[in-house]
Design a protein around this ligand. Structure first.
Ligand code: C2E
Ligand code: CA
Ligand code: CA
Length: 547
C-alpha cells in the first residue's frame, strides 16, 4: 500500500520536475522532426514516384498528390506528437493543482497543530484557564511596558480543605470542583485581567486594570464571594471557602517571581490565621515563612536525631486525688534552639505531610512504654493526642488496629484525644471514624472542649466517652459570671449524657476546689503535677500511692 503510494508520488514528481518538458525542448523536438520528416519525404517520395511512374512522375498532378500526402502524413505525425506533449502538460498542470491543494491543506493542518501546541503550552488542560507560563509572560510583558506607571494586583488563592475533599471523595471529584470554580470565575474576569490555574487547587488572579487601591480589595472580595459557596458533588453538598494572599506590583515585588512568592506567603498566613480570608502581604511575612521553612527542615531530621521525647502528665481522680492515668505530650529538644513547644511544630508538620511520621513515632514510643509499665504491674490509662489530619486519613484505622495487635495492648486502657476542631469540619465522617475506633475498644476523649463553635449542640451525636474542658475556659472563670453558668451547664449536660468530665489546666487550689464542687470527675494541671519524663512517672505513682 505504502509502496504504491510512493510510486505515485515519484511519478508525480517526474511530471513536474522533468526538464525535457520545457517549451524550448518541445519546440526544438518538433522542428527537428519536421526537418527530418521533410528530408525523408523528399528522398523517399521521389524514389517511390520514380519507381512507380517513371518519367510520368514529374507531372504536375503527381507532384500535387505527393504534396497533399506530405501534408496529411506530417499533420498526422504532428497531431500525435503534440497531443502526447499536451497530455503530459495537462497532467503536469493537474498534478500541480493537486499538489497546491495538498500544500494548502497541510498548511491548514500545521496551523491547527500550532494552535494546539500553543494551547498545551499556555493553557491548563483541565479548566482551559491560562497556566503559569502564560501568566508569567503576561505579567513580565506588562512590567516591561509599564516600568514606572504600572499597578498590578496579584491574588494567590487556594481552596480550603481541598486535600480533604480529594481524600474523601476521590480525585475526580476534586477535579470536578476545580472545573466548577473556574467556570464561575471565568465569567467574571475580563481582559486585560487574567485568571490562571497554577497548580492543584491554586489559582492566581492578576488584575491589571486597578485605578485606585481602595477599589481593589472590594473587587477581590467580590470575586471570592462568587465562588465561596456550596457545590454539589456526587449528590453531596460541599461548602467551599478560600484563603487568599495579595501582593501588589510594584510595592511588594518588582518581578513575577517575587510577586508569586509574596502572594503565596500571604496566602499561607491566611491559612494559618484560620482560613477563609484575604491577607495582604507585608515584609514581616518573609521572616515568618523563612523561619517556618527552616523549622520544617530541622523537623525532618528530628526523629533520626532522636530529638523527640514523650512527657506524661498525670490525670487525677477528683474524688480521692489519686492519679488514674497519664496524658502523653510530645517534646522536641532542638540541639541549638532548645525546647520547641508542640503547638509550634504540630500544625506545621500537619501542613507539610510530616505529621504521619511524628504520630507513628508517638505510637511506637507509647507501645514500648506501655510494656514497661505493664511489666511493673502498673496498668493505668494512657491518653494519646491524635492530629486531625491523622484521624481523617484513610489508613488510620487499619494502622491503630495493627498497632494494638502487634503490641498486645489492651485498647480499653488507651484514650485517644481528639480536638473539637478536628471533627467539626466533617461531622458525619468523624462520627463514622470514631465509631470504628470505639469498636476497636479505645476510649475517646473530646479535647479542648469549650473553645469550638456550637460545642453543645453536637455533643449528643458524637460517640465519645470523655470531654476535656479547655484550660482557657477554666482560667477565665469567675463565680456568678456568664461563663461560670455555662461551665456548670456543660458539666451537667455531659453527666446527663454519661460522659466523664476532665478539667484541664488546674493551676490553683481555688480552681481545684471549684471543679470539685461542680462534680468534675478528673483533673489535670500544674497544681497537681506538671508533665514529666517517662523515668519519673513510676516514682510519682509510687509516691502518691505507695500501695
Ligand atoms: P493539649 O492536648 O490541650 O495538652 C495540654 C497542654 O496544656 C500541654 O501543653 C500541657 O503541658 C499544658 N498544661 C497542662 N497543665 C497545665 C497547666 O496547669 N497550666 C498551663 N498553662 N498549661 C498546662 P503542651 O505539651 O505544650 O501541648 C500543647 C498541645 O500540643 C496539646 O494540647 C496538644 O494539642 C498538642 N500535642 C502535644 N503532644 C502531642 C502529640 O503527641 N500529638 C499531637 N497530635 N498533638 C500533641
Ligand atoms: Ca490533649
Ligand atoms: Ca486540651
Amino acid at each position: 500500500m505504502t509502496e504504491k503510494k510512493d510510486d505515485n508520488l515519484q511519478k508525480k514528481n517526474t511530471y513536474l520536475l522533468d526538464d525535457s518538458f520545457s517549451p524550448t525542448n518541445l519546440t526544438t523536438k518538433i522542428v527537428l522532426l519536421y526537418v527530418i520528416l521533410g528530408f525523408i519525404w523528399i528522398i523517399v517520395s521521389d524514389l517511390a514516384v520514380n519507381l512507380l511512374f517513371g518519367e510520368a512522375g514529374n507531372s504536375q498532378l503527381v507532384q500535387s498528390i505527393k504534396g497533399v500526402f506530405y501534408i496529411i502524413a506530417t499533420a498526422f505525425v504532428f497531431f500525435i506528437v503534440i497531443k502526447r506533449s499536451m497530455q503530459i502538460y495537462s497532467m503536469a498542470i493537474s498534478e500541480l493543482k493537486q499538489a497546491y491543494t495538498e500544500l494548502d491543506v497541510s498548511h491548514k493542518i500545521s496551523l491547527e497543530l500550532d494552535e494546539k501546541l500553543y494551547k498545551l503550552a499556555y493553557y491548563d488542560s483541565l479548566t482551559g484557564l491560562p497556566n503559569k507560563v502564560l501568566l508569567e509572560n503576561t505579567v513580565n510583558q506588562y512590567i516591561l511596558q509599564h516600568p514606572d506607571d504600572g499597578l498590578i494586583g496579584f491574588v494567590y488563592f487556594d481552596i480550603d480543605e481541598f486535600s480533604n475533599i480529594n481524600e474523601v471523595k476521590g480525585h475526580s471529584f476534586g477535579d470536578e470542583l476545580i472545573i466548577e470554580i473556574a467556570k464561575y470565575l471565568k465569567k467574571e474576569i475580563k481582559a486585560p485581567n487574567m485568571l490562571a490555574r497554577i497548580g492543584g487547587d491554586e489559582f492566581v488572579l492578576a488584575l491589571f486594570d486597578i485605578d485606585h487601591l481602595d477599589q481593589f480589595i472590594p473587587q477581590v472580595e467580590k470575586y471570592t464571594h462568587i465562588i465561596r459557596r456550596t457545590y454539589l458533588l456526587d449528590e453531596d453538598d460541599f461548602f467551599v471557602t478560600f484563603s487568599s494572599g495579595v501582593a501588589l506590583y510594584p510595592d511588594h515585588g518588582k518581578d513575577y517571581i517575587t510577586l508569586l512568592r509574596h502572594s503565596d506567603a500571604a496566602q499561607s498566613i491566611a491559612k494559618a490565621k484560620g482560613k477563609d480570608q484575604i491577607v495582604i502581604f507585608d515584609d514581616e511575612m518573609v521572616t515568618i515563612i523563612k523561619q517556618q521553612t527552616e523549622l520544617l527542615n530541622q523537623l525532618r531530621h528530628a526523629i533520626s536525631n532522636k530529638e523527640f521525647s514523650l512527657h506524661y502528665q498525670p490525670i487525677i481522680n477528683l474524688r480521692d486525688d489519686q492519679p488514674v492515668g497519664v496524658e502523653t505530650l510530645i517534646r522536641w529538644q532542638h540541639p541549638i534552639k532548645g525546647f520547641i513547644p508542640p503547638l509550634e511544630f504540630i500544625s506545621l508538620s500537619e501542613k507539610n505531610g510530616f505529621i504521619k511520621e511524628i504520630s507513628e513515632w508517638v505510637f511506637k514510643e507509647v507501645a514500648t512504654q506501655y510494656e514497661t509499665w505493664d511489666s511493673e504491674g502498673k496498668q493505668f490509662r494512657i491518653a494519646i493526642n491524635i492530629s486531625a489530619v491523622m484521624l481523617m486519613s484513610e489508613p488510620f484505622i487499619p494502622y491503630v488496629n495493627e498497632w494494638v495487635k502487634l503490641n498486645h495492648l489492651d485498647s480499653s486502657k488507651i484514650t485517644l484525644e481528639i480536638t473539637e476542631t478536628a471533627i467539626i469540619d466533617d461531622i458525619q465522617k468523624s462520627i463514622h471514624v470514631l465509631k470504628q475506633l470505639k469498636k476497636l475498644g479505645f476510649i475517646i476523649a473530646l479535647d479542648d472542649f469549650g473553645t469550638g463553635y456550637s460545642s453543645l449542640t453536637y455533643l449528643q451525636k458524637l460517640p465519645i466517652d470523655i470531654i476535656k474542658i479547655d484550660r482557657s475556659f477554666i482560667n477565665n472563670i469567675k463565680p456568678n459570671t456568664e461563663e461560670f453558668h455555662v461551665l456548670r451547664y456543660m458539666i451537667e449536660l455531659a453527666h446527663h449524657l454519661n460522659l466523664t468530665v476532665i478539667a484541664e489546666g488546674i493551676e490553683t487550689i481555688e480552681q481545684a476546689n471549684m471543679v470539685k464542687k461542680y462534680e468534675v470527675d478528673f483533673a489535670q494541671g500544674y497544681f497537681f503535677c506538671r508533665p514529666m519524663p517517662q523515668t519519673r512517672v513510676l516514682e510519682y505513682f509510687k509516691e502518691i500511692n505507695p500501695r
